[in-house]
Design a protein around this ligand. Structure first.
Ligand SMILES: Nc1ncnc2c1ncn2[C@@H]1O[C@H](COP(=O)(O)OP(=O)(O)O)[C@@H](O)[C@H]1O
Ligand SMILES: [Mg+2]
Length: 258
């Protein structure tokens, strides 16, 4: 982390404000610097602007005021370094599992042999070896999301942005997916941005949690998560983890009652 901190930030957000058209301010004065290899979660009440902030960083919507840089570039110029995972798995129904995961590699122009190798490896990491030839309709919700994550990570993006990717899944599937995400990250490191409203998930995954308040969205607390990576599932039952869970839940509650 020392080396990372001495580098220029991967993402730098300063004085960011966002409104849509002539509407009210959605985000008001966001400042954030994220170093390479960090995993930052945004949590906050529904409608506080989490998705909007993620989309701004990804260059999918423009800032109204202030600035965002990604690797020193405007976000629109840095799109190739980022991969965005949306809330639903968004798989192509007519493509088999392996073909879905392969798609970004195909678009990038990778040759068939390395493509096949990479797809096999990604599917193995997310526990879907053997499901290559299945179609999305043959998969459970959790499996679909695993395919979506394998697809996002197939190109080993420098920056991965995930907008509540695991929201609709049961707790066991969610835990499993979070463990997969960290396992992949330990092999192919990426800087992560994660939107969730599940506190335990934020603490398990993140190196830092940014709590956002609503109307307009702003940063109300920043919580450092000191646990070293790789993180084991058992971390979730340790007293330091549970203490941080309580701290984060309190910060979130403070926003909700404000
Ligand atoms: N494309 C858009 N046009 C107009 N308003 C939008 C648009 N996207 C989001 N908003 C508004 O911005 C606010 C924040 O939305 P969003 O970022 O989706 O919140 P969150 O992800 O925290 O639930 C909401 O009031 C929402 O209605
Ligand atoms: Mg959202």
């Amino acid at each position: 982390m020392d080396r990372a901190m001495s580098e220029a930030p991967v993402v730098k957000v300063s004085g960011l404000r966002k409104r849509f058209g002539a509407g009210p301010l959605v985000l008001d004065g966001i400042d954030l610097e994220v170093a390479r290899g960090e995993f930052v979660s945004f949590i906050g009440p529904s409608g506080c602007g989490k998705s909007t902030l993620l989309r701004l960083i990804a260059g999918l919507t423009p800032a109204s005021e202030g600035s965002i840089t990604v690797e020193g570039l405007a976000p629109e110029q840095a799109r190739k370094r980022m991969f965005f995972v949306f809330q639903d798995a968004n798989l192509m129904p007519w493509r088999r599992v392996a073909e879905n995961v392969e798609l970004p590699l195909l678009l990038r122009g990778d040759a068939p042999a390395p493509r096949r190798e990479r797809v096999a490896r990604m599917l193995e990491i997310v526990g879907l070896a053997g499901a290559e030839a299945k179609f999305p309709w043959q998969l459970s919700g959790g499996m679909k999301m695993r395919v979506s994550i394998a697809r996002a990570l197939s190109v080993a993006p420098e920056i991965l942005l995930l907008d509540e990717p695991i929201g609709a899944l049961d707790e066991m599937t969610r835990d499993r997916l979070n463990e997969d995400l960290l396992a992949i990250r330990s092999r192919d490191p990426f800087t992560g941005f994660f939107v969730t409203h599940a506190v335990a998930e934020a603490v398990f995954l993140s190196s830092r949690i940014v709590v956002l308040g609503a109307n307009p969205g702003r940063v109300t607390a920043v919580i450092e998560v000191p646990f070293a990576y790789p993180r084991q599932p058992e971390l979730r039952e340790t007293p330091p983890f549970l203490r941080l869970l309580a701290t984060t839940a309190q910060a979130l509650r403070a926003v909700r009652v404000a």
